[in-house]
Ligand binder design. Structure first.
Ligand SMILES: Nc1nc2c(c(=O)[nH]1)N[C@H]1C(S)=C(S)[C@@H](COP(=O)(O)O)O[C@H]1N2
Ligand SMILES: [Mo]
Length: 412
């Protein structure tokens, strides 16, 4: 993306409404003509998914579930550029009861609780009244790549497409909190959106951050991604962006900020989204007696994007190999490749640095020595010197899957 040309669209009423005309979201049947199948080839199937074009403001997406929508970015999109196009940024919702239209004049963001002054901010207050910031960051679901967890576990069977990178524009959460005036004794900040729980008694989706994290100057309230307003399904008109942390904290259609003077006791903090407090969050199937902690920051990952398993490459000749990587809650230090099962590694050339929380492209040439089945392994190391594990992460909820990725090719 050409950063010189980045101009956030002025948020006129017309502009905002155009993006919001979404109809009966998620309830549309996928028309037969829009369907082709994609096969992820995993043991314990089924592993085929339809491609859908039936969702408003979305191009071709891998359909996981129709309502509430779980739409995955088709993997080949990651080969096309460092920023994921808005119309192919993945989509995930817990409850189907989010609005399909937003009245942008009536919309208000409330800031309340342990503050000196309750605020009710219009979109204009946010767009015109506060300093703007922008930052590239990867949004990755805590359940990303759960499809590859072995043995298989329950939950959304995401392949590698529940991650996306965007250039976010918005205002600092700190500036908004300062305007309300956080009272002494405040401890956490809790966030909610316009979606409501479907069943009576089911918990509304809420997440919270410690006050210091909320005030770190990086956590932002975004009103644009890649220079455009947010697609409705990605949280129009406002989304909390928590750089380096799992997307579960990135509350969409953000309309409520509550400052608490005690720990957040809601279900999604006390019970949901917890993983083992072990190195890499990994345990053995059936293991017991470990502590659970909330999922928090994301970890380094890397993928080959121009060659897929099953492809044929030339033996004894260089093959251009490229892909993406990210460092997690810090930048990418290096990406290395191995064609000998991980015995020796050679560094790839890193592409432009668009910001430490975003995707970093890389490229190199690999020469597989002889014909037959061969493997290309890729590994990212971040600037905190954390590297991807050689073993696949496993835990019962399938959170934070990670391993050095291997592309199985046939050399001829
Ligand atoms: N309001 C609201 N925000 C939400 C969610 C939700 O269900 N409701 N899901 C979270 C989870 S688990 C994910 S992975 C991301 C997905 O963001 P996206 O649909 O824009 O890709 O939104 C997060 N924010
Ligand atoms: Mo998620």
């Amino acid at each position: 993306m050409d950063r010189q040309k980045f101009v956030p669209h002025p948020m006129t009423r017309r502009n905002l409404l155009r993006g919001a005309g979404a109809g009966s979201l998620g309830l549309m049947p996928v028309p037969a003509w829009a369907r082709t199948m994609v096969d992820f080839h995993v043991p314990g199937g089924p592993s085929t998914r339809p491609i859908t074009t039936a969702y408003p403001q979305k191009g071709p997406m891998v359909l996981q579930r129709s309502s509430p929508p779980w739409l995955e970015t088709p993997f080949e999109v990651f080969d096309k550029g460092v920023f994921t196009p808005n119309d192919q940024h993945y989509v995930s919702w817990h409850w189907a009861t989010f609005p399909s239209e937003i009245d942008v004049d009536a919309f208000r963001l409330t800031v309340r609780g342990h503050v000196n002054q309750t605020l009710s901010l219009s979109l204009n207050d946010i767009l015109r009244g506060l300093p703007r910031v922008e930052l590239a960051a990867v949004s990755q679901c805590a359940g990303a790549s759960r499809l590859y967890v072995q043995p298989r576990v329950a939950g959304a069977q995401w392949a590698n497409g529940s991650m996306s990178n965007a250039l976010w524009t918005g205002v600092r959460l700190r500036d908004v909190l300062d305007r309300a005036g956080v009272k002494p004794g405040a401890r956490v900040v809790r966030f909610g959106g316009l979606d409501e729980a479907v069943m009576p008694g089911a918990p509304k989706f809420l997440k919270s951050l410690d006050l210091d994290h909320a005030r770190d100057g990086e956590v932002m309230i975004a009103f644009a991604m890649n220079g455009e307003q947010l697609p409705l399904l990605n949280g129009f008109p406002l989304k909390l962006v928590v750089p380096g942390w799992c997307a579960v904290y990135w509350i969409k259609m953000l309309n409520d900020i509550e400052v608490l003077d005690k720990p957040d006791d809601n279900y999604w903090t006390t019970t949901g989204y917890r993983m083992p407090d072990t190195p890499h969050g990994t345990v053995k199937p059936g293991q017991t007696g470990y502590k659970l902690v909330p999922v928090t920051r994301i970890l380094p990952r890397s993928f080959v994007t121009n060659i897929k398993s099953g492809d044929t490459v030339k033996a004894g000749a260089p093959t251009a190999t490229r892909g993406i990587s990210f460092g997690g809650d810090c930048g990418v230090a290096r990406v290395d490749l191995s064609i000998d099962g991980g015995q020796s590694w050679r560094p790839a050339r890193l592409g432009d640095d668009e910001g430490k929380y975003g995707f970093r492209q890389w490229q190199t040439e690999v020469t597989v020595p002889s014909s037959g089945p061969q493997s290309i392994m890729v590994r990212c190391t971040n600037t905190n010197n954390e590297t991807q594990p050689t073993f696949p992460v496993w835990n019962p909820a399938g959170y934070m899957f990670n391993t050095i990725e291997t592309t199985h090719v046939i050399a001829a």
